[in-house]
Ligand binder design. Structure first.
Ligand SMILES: [Zn+2]
Ligand SMILES: [Zn+2]
Length: 103
């Protein structure tokens, strides 16, 4: 199956960017209506700010501390942390940290 960007189907829409308010007349996907859509510029900026699976392009690798702890929430094993544990605060595994942050 050939994937040709120039013939990608575009949907005609009449929306404004959820970030900068720019008018959007075409989208490469059918808008569902229950989430904001963004113009090309904002989409590109958004994509650049989040690391896309493994291919991290910014700065030096973050230092990780080798630890031997258990998650204060789920009890899962924690072998490294992005910070030095002080011992007087509970630490959480990656999944629990993300769940807490998403709230
Ligand atoms: Zn925008
Ligand atoms: Zn956990």
């Amino acid at each position: 199956m050939a994937f040709d960007n120039s013939t990608r189907q575009m949907y005609d829409v009449d929306l404004s960017c959820g970030k900068c308010g720019t008018h959007i007349s075409q989208l490469p996907f059918q808008p569902s209506g229950d989430r904001p859509v963004y113009c090309n510029e904002c989409n590109r900026a958004y994509r650049q700010t989040r690391p896309s699976g493994g291919g991290r392009s910014f700065g030096a690798p973050r230092q990780m501390y080798q630890v031997d702890l258990t998650c204060a929430q789920c009890g899962g094993k924690i072998t490294e942390l992005p910070f030095q544990p002080t011992g007087d605060k509970p630490v959480y595994c990656r999944e629990c940290l993300r769940a807490r942050r998403d709230r």
